[in-house]
Design a protein around this ligand. Structure first.
Ligand code: ADP
Ligand code: ADP
Length: 219
């Protein structure tokens, strides 16, 4: 059974804008699923509904089993007064985990994104790509079953973006995550995904649902 099912989901905002109209999607465990589509087609709304940041107007979202959901936004929303370690510790702190108990997990997450040596740096001392790595580490520290990424690299230069794409593929290949990745970059979706759902302009309409050959060499 799928890890996540969106069944006949619609979302109309208070101002009358319908962002998603009778949308169906099943996400299977272990997939790297990209949602590819033009601005305004409802991609971010889909992630916000899955994460619970928004409520659907109708339809149901079914998640099999419990487990954390991690969310990486387009802008790295770091706490500016807190250093790298404290930013990654934050979701554990909110759950009541002491700093002493969290230390190993925070360091493991920082290791995954290559920032072990930057634990005491402040956000203002980090480059754009490094801030995005901190955001990813912060999403990974709770060991989410499902990682939602909303155009996470869109604001970065092409070289940094390509590097982070490589690193994300490497991380995915060594960990058992399910990733739902929103992008308007055809290149990024083809490079990263095991499955691509293409949406048309207009509210939440899927035009293609493609599973890529799992044996395709990716490195
Ligand atoms: P995408 O991520 O594909 O660019 P969004 O999900 O952000 O698309 O937006 C889909 C549509 O819903 C757009 O027309 C957008 O203007 C509208 N929308 C998104 N959020 C809100 C909101 N909070 N209130 C009103 N309209 C919204
Ligand atoms: P941006 O991602 O904002 O374009 P860069 O990635 O070019 O910025 O990095 C800007 C500065 O951040 C670099 O000149 C360097 O001092 C520092 N920096 C970035 N990544 C590292 C790293 N892995 N190790 C040490 N310093 C780094």
């Amino acid at each position: 059974s799928p890890l996540l099912s969106l069944n006949n989901i619609s979302k109309t905002f208070e101002n009358g804008t319908t962002a998603i109209d009778r949308f169906d999607l099943d996400v299977r465990a272990g997939e790297f699923l990209s949602i590819l589509g033009p601005s305004g087609c409802g991609k971010s709304t889909i992630l916000r509904l899955i994460s619970g940041l928004e409520e659907p107007s109708s339809g149901e979202i079914v998640r099999s089993g419990q487990g954390e959901v991690g969310f990486v936004f387009q802008e790295p929303t770091l706490l500016p007064w807190a250093n790298t370690f404290e930013n990654v510790y934050w979701p554990l702190k909110v759950k009541g985990v002491s700093k002493r108990d969290a230390k190993d997990r925070v360091e493991e997450a920082l290791g995954m994104v290559g920032l072990c040596n930057f634990a005491t740096h402040m956000p203002s001392e980090l480059s754009g790509g490094m801030k995005m790595r901190v955001s990813i580490a912060r999403a990974l520290v709770t060991k989410p079953k499902l990682l939602l990424m909303d155009e996470p690299f869109a604001a970065l230069d092409e070289i940094t973006r390509n590097k982070l794409n490589d690193d994300l593929l490497e991380l995915k290949s060594t960990h058992d995550w399910t990733i739902l990745f929103v992008t308007h970059s055809v290149y990024e979706s083809v490079f990263l995904s095991s499955r691509i759902v293409v949406m048309a302009a207009g509210p939440g309409r899927i035009t293609h649902d493609m599973t890529l050959d799992a044996s395709y060499p990716r490195s």
